[in-house]
Design a protein around this ligand. Structure first.
Ligand SMILES: [Zn+2]
Length: 439
């Protein structure tokens, strides 16, 4: 049966209203039971109003479920339970778990490509109503492609889906709330104490002028430690300063990226021609072997010679094939790490003036070694390639009158960069101390 959108949403609304009515009844019962309960010392002292609002919160937060059963007509789905069997199991599961089913959906379609009409109809309802749950036999009944999977994840993010239940899995996105609060301190789990090596933790505290601030401190789990508190902003500033020392501004980073791309192209061309040469040799060797076999079959070659020659040709062919394989493997495997490193120096530059502390913490974990705080000052080492930036930064050209960013062209000029050897290694000729010109 196909009903129009307004019809279906009316149906859902009516169902919700009916559910609400039943709930109200239940609430009344509970309220009355509460009222006649003896109020001992330990009993919560509910005023009638707070009890109602408490129950309301519980009721409001309890999701209504959409039941979804799917089986495609494709052969590879033969292992999967029939739709009827899924429905039976899911209803049983819902009964046992006391889940309220708002509506049931069933669909005979593959989930490998997006565009299942029933699934889409269900998702539209979920997105409209919000605070819903989905009950399905297995996650793969719901989505097997990234678009539908993404739609579900987005609905979870938007809290339109607050529960995903599968008889074999259990996913409750509302549960980790307490944990989430812990993650509000972006730098916890990143720094350790420079004095006693315990981890740093964070807490809210009131400052001298009464403002609420986030502080970081040593957990002192390894014994006595004299380290004090450090305010989040101060810590962040120190990290940002350090990030700056391993950063390259867009100008240089982009130039390096361009250079890497050029190298990559050159090497690709080289390896392509090398690869081609080897392919030709392999083919030649194989055709010689063919000829030998034909000659032998025509009785033109004695067996002894044939075997000897065959052995030689096969060895040759194998060697060539291995050579070709090695050649392809060697390839450009240095390109991506180098490119990523350049992007990291760019990211360090961006983050050194950013207030996204979470991203800063993530980055420090990625590129920093042994991040620690000692005497209210944060330090971290940098992986080897960043050490290069640290030492090379002072050689970067810098002049206040004509900063490169003020120029029209985005590439460095020849006088800023010189070629020192045929491999293309560059040595900057300027030796002027200074920061990246763009800042
Ligand atoms: Zn400590």
């Amino acid at each position: 049966m196909i009903s129009s959108h307004s019809d279906t949403s009316r149906e859902v609304r009516e169902k919700l209203e009916r559910a609400e009515g039943a709930r109200e009844k239940e609430k009344g019962k509970k309220r009355r039971a509460e009222a006649i309960k003896p109020k001992g010392a330990g009993a919560p002292k509910w005023t009638d109003l707070s009890l109602v609002s408490y129950l309301k919160t519980i009721y409001m937060s309890k999701p209504k479920y959409f039941l979804y059963a799917r089986k495609s007509t494709e052969d590879d789905d033969k292992q999967v339970m029939s739709i009827d069997a899924q429905l039976f199991e899911l209803r049983e599961f819902a009964r046992k778990e006391n889940l309220e089913i708002l509506e049931e959906f069933q669909e005979s379609k593959s989930a490998k490509t997006p565009g299942r009409p029933i699934f889409n109809e269900m998702m539209a309802k979920i997105e409209e109503i919000g605070n819903c749950g989905i009950l399905a036999w297995h996650p793969d009944r719901l989505a097997r492609n990234s678009i539908d999977g993404g739609r579900i994840i987005y609905a979870v993010d938007q809290k339109n889906i607050v529960s995903l239940r599968f008889p074999t899995f259990w996913f409750e996105p509302t549960h980790p709330r307490i944990q989430k609060k812990k993650h509000d301190f972006p730098f916890t789990g990143t720094f350790s104490c420079g004095e006693c090596a315990s981890m740093f933790t964070a807490q809210w505290a009131t400052g001298k002028c009464g403002g609420k601030y986030r502080y970081y401190r040593c957990t002192k789990k390894k014994g006595t430690c004299s380290q004090g508190y450090l305010r989040e902003e101060v810590l962040a500033e120190q990290i940002k300063e350090q990030l700056q020392t391993i950063s390259l501004c867009d100008k240089y980073a982009d130039w390096m990226l361009q250079r890497v791309e050029k190298w990559e192209q050159e090497e690709n061309n080289l390896s392509q021609s090398g690869d081609k040469n080897l392919a030709v040799k392999i083919k030649e060797s194989e055709s010689r072997l063919d000829k030998l076999v034909s000659a032998y079959l025509d009785d033109d070659v004695p067996k002894e010679i044939y075997l000897k020659k065959k052995d030689k040709l096969m060895r040759e062919s194998l060697t060539l094939k291995q050579e070709k394989k090695d050649f392809n493997h060697k390839g450009n495997n240095w390109v991506e790490p180098l490119r990523e490193w350049i992007l990291d120096t760019k990211q360090a530059d961006f983050l050194s003036s950013s207030d996204n502390f979470k991203e800063i913490a993530f980055f420090v974990k990625k590129v920093g070694t042994n991040p620690r705080v000692l005497d209210k000052s944060a330090h971290f080492g940098a992986l080897a390639p960043f050490g290069f930036v640290l030492s090379a930064r002072r050689f970067l050209p810098f002049s206040s009158s004509g900063t490169p960013s003020a120029r029209r062209s985005s590439a460095l000029s020849e006088c800023e960069v010189s070629t020192c050897d045929p491999t293309g290694n560059r040595t900057p000729i300027y030796a002027v101390k200074g920061r990246c010109p763009s800042r």
